[in-house]
Every structure is written in C-alpha cells, then in structure tokens.
Design a protein around this ligand. Sequence first.
Ligand code: NAD
Length: 338
Amino acid sequence: MRIAVFNTKPYDRRFLSEANAGFGHALHFLEPRLEPATASLAAGHQAVCVFVNDMVDAEVLETLAAGGTRLVALRCAGFNNVDLAAAQRLGIEVVRVPAYSPHAVAEFTLGLLLAVDRKIPRAWARVRENNFALDGLIGRNLHGRTVGVVGTGKIGALVARSLRLGFGCEVLASDLYPDPALEAAGIRYVPRDTLLREAEIISLHCPLTPETHHLIDAAAIAAARDGLVIVNTSRGALIDTGALIEGLKSRKIGAVALDVYEQEADLFFEDLSNEIVSDDQFQRLLTFPNVLITGHQAFLTEEALGAIAETTLRSAADAEAGKMLQNRVDTGRIAASK
Ligand code: NAD
C-alpha cells in the first residue's frame, strides 16, 4: 500500500522502516504535520499515517478523499484529532494503536516520581559544576507513604502494583471499575475525594473526559495534604495549570512532575530552543526548583515504538487485503479515548 507518513521524526522513520520489512508497503515519509495546507501531499496515496498533533478535520479529509486516500492510520491510541463523522461520510476508514506498551508509561512515571522526589535533576546539575554539597537535596522515602492512583487501567494498574509491592507504599486507588486483582494485592479503592484528601503523592492515569477535566483544581489542592507531590503522565488538562502554580507559590504543593501539559500542542515534539516561547504559565512552571517537566516522552521506548509501527503497518496490510480491521475506530466511542 502507498502510505504518506506525516509529521515524521527520525525515530518514526527508523521504527516504521524496520517494521515494514515484514510488510513491503511503499512508505513516503513527510516532515510537515497533516493540516489543510499540507493535505494535498497525500494525493495518490491510499493511506495516511498520522500522530497526536496532526489535524484530521473535515477539510483535510475532503482533500484526502479527493486524492484517493481511503485509510487514516493513527500511530497513537487517541483519536480526538479526527473528525470521525466526516471520515465516515467520505468512506475513509480510521485505525489506531489502542495499546502498545503500558510498561513504557508506567516505568517513566516511577522515574519521574523518584527524580522529583529525590531531587535527582538538581543533584546532577550540581555535580556537573563540581558542587558536591548536599544541602537542599533532602528527599523522602517512598516506603510507607500514601500514594493515590487515579485510574487503574493498563498503566495505572502497573504503577499501583509497583508502588505497593515494590516500594511498600500504602496505595489508594480511584476508578469507575475497581480491579479485584489490585484489591487482592493490598490496593484500597476509595472515593476520589478521599484519595485527593489523604494521598501524599497523586499519580494521574485516567483519560481526559468532561468528568476528569481539571480534576486537580484549586479546591482539590486546598483539600490535599500539605507538601502534596503530583505526577501526571496522562493528559495535561487533568490539571488546572493556574491552580497548580498558585499551589506551588503558596508551598501547599511540595513537588510536581509532568510529562503532559494543558497547552502542549503549541510546544511539544518540536525544537523551540531558538524561539521565544510565549506561554507564560509554562515558563512560570519552569522557574520552580521542585517542578520537573518532560515533553510527552513516557511512551518513547524501543518496545513501544516497535509495537506502534508493527500494529500500524499490519492495519494497513489488513485494509489492503480487505480483511476486518481489528483496530478500527468506532464513531460511538469518540469520548472514551480522549
Ligand atoms: P486505560 O483505558 O487502560 O485506563 C484508564 C482507566 O481510567 C480505566 O480503568 C478507566 O475506567 C479509568 N477511568 C475513566 N474515567 C475515570 C474517572 N472519572 N475516574 C477514575 N478513573 C477513571 O488507559 P491507559 O492505557 O492506562 O492510559 C491511561 C492514560 O495515559 C490515558 O489518558 C492516555 O492518554 C495516557 N497515555 C500517556 C502516554 C504518554 O506518553 N505520556 C502514553 C500512553 C497513554
């Protein structure tokens, strides 16, 4: 199949090319992201392959359809950037990668937590300047602390288990569907309000829905324990950034580690080191010594990238062969994966 692969970075090219040895698609790698101005680049390709920040709205889909494209293959789980009704109207199938490696994200979450809680980035910066003083680097043991895990699906369950069984934390959990296997491991499901009130550390692993939007807001921060540590590797808008900044300024919040950010679409995945970044909230967050931010890289492991490439190219092969598409996006489930 001829596939126009938009928004490609060197790692996308590497993993897709390697996986393609088993499929033999004609991959046309393109640097620009898919948007109205670039959609015509896909003319003559039966499929386009896109990522989280590509724009697959009705206008783009019309151009794709006119150019002969019949498949949109998302190399990610979320599909909130696709106008599914327009795709359906134009006869374009949409496939995604529902799960690639929850371990990648869970392990990165623990890495962020340990790094911010034990002040590892600050220590590293000091040692590079031959400053071996330890003053200001005092951390806390994870062992025995109360951690709240919001959302115990594929990723949250791994984080909760590691914290409970590996580190010996007291783990409180909140989910619409409690997992009996986690309860058997000693993890205690409590109402979300109780979790937000009692946890010393909160790790977010639920999807972004109208119900979870800004679940960490000014009221949640006010009710939380002093010195609260927050880790978010899920979706930026689970946290009200303004309230977070106020919580840090008042010292109510002890530390924050973020791999996702509310306005990340304007920043992440690009090298902006020569630019003036005009997002004042993001710049303010960077000034706190107890805030650690990474640019949405929790998924970025060899295993996850390999699995994403394999699943995406297999879906394209199945579409070409007229087989049933296992990872086809169903319009009725649009809110579930946001
Ligand atoms: P999942 O669907 O397996 O689990 C999500 C869980 O959240 C489910 O158990 C669901 O019941 C629960 N949930 C839904 N609404 C809830 C609510 N209101 N309160 C509490 N729990 C609720 O998803 P997953 O694969 O574990 O992914 C979790 C999150 O991680 C997603 O938001 C995803 O977008 C994000 N993610 C981030 C990265 C990254 O690189 N940073 C990579 C992959 C996934």
